[in-house]
Design a protein around this ligand. Structure first.
Ligand code: ATP
Ligand code: MG
Length: 232
């Protein structure tokens, strides 16, 4: 069994995530994609919706695709969860499965700042996906990747669609160009703060959930920003 593991804050999940998961699943003939929404961090972040909400939104987004499932491993944890532990747990849960850890270029670049990065890159194979505003060439500074700069340039220009090589530690890394969708959760939250439409950037079910729960409304002393502006 081949499983794609797609972690993130998913604050909220959007079509950039969903389309990427579907394309990776199809290209690598994966049996399933397991979304792993992160839990609550120890220090509260005003911009980050509670893990319960983010987990629910990922479930709403994933349920129509039979190859998508959602893991509560990180969301249920009281303490901060680390990808190293999540991957170890997934290995235990899916004995014998081959795991592919899916990340955007921006997230892969950040790995040296994660907990036990050397261990992390030894635990699974990696799939690093393209994302608008980021170039594969930026990976040439990664301490974990030994790739010819020319190949990274060829990926960025579209001369090649994907490239598989080795990571330090012996695992595989597959770099893959996907349909460029310039959507981010930051953009969605910004639009909501400005009371603008978020339609067609994320599934309708998730949009309705955000509207009905009033998630991402910045509160100042209990009032929404819109109400405050009206008063001024
Ligand atoms: P934020 O703007 O809050 O950081 P985000 O849109 O980057 O949100 P994350 O939950 O941080 O979403 O990302 C989870 C994973 O999905 C990361 O590996 C990220 O690189 C990848 N990703 C997010 N958006 C896209 C996109 N539009 N195309 C490809 N990959 C994406
Ligand atoms: Mg992000």
């Amino acid at each position: 069994m081949k499983l794609g593991i797609f972690g993130g804050t998913f604050n909220p999940i959007h079509y950039g995530h969903l389309r990427a998961a579907e394309e990776v699943r199809e290209k690598l003939k994966l049996d399933k994609i397991i979304f792993v929404p992160s839990g609550n961090p120890p220090m509260k972040d005003r911009e980050l919706a509670d893990a319960r909400h983010r987990y629910k939104m990922v479930r709403l987004a994933a349920f129509k695709n039979r190859s998508f499932t959602v893991s509560d491993i990180e969301y249920k944890k009281k303490n901060k969860s680390y990808s190293v532990n999540t991957l170890k747990e997934l290995h235990r849960l899916y004995k014998g499965a081959r795991l592919y850890f899916i990340l955007g270029i921006d997230a892969f670049i950040d790995i040296p700042n994660w907990w036990q990065p050397d261990k992390l890159v030894s635990l699974t194979d990696f799939v690093v996906i393209s994302r608008p505003s980021f170039r594969f060439e930026e990976l040439s500074s990664s301490p974990y990747l030994e790739a010819d700069g020319n190949i990274l340039k060829r990926l960025d220009s579209g001369k090649i669609e994907s490239y598989k090589t080795g990571l330090k530690g012996g695992r595989d890394i597959i770099m893959m160009r996907l349909t460029a969708l310039s959507i981010s959760a930051t953009l969605i939250r910004k639009l909501l703060h400005q009371d603008k439409s978020i339609k067609y950037l994320l599934p309708e079910e998730v949009e309705s959930y955000i509207i009905s729960t009033k998630l991402y409304k910045i509160k100042e002393g209990g009032k929404t920003l819109k109400k405050l502006k009206k008063q001024r």
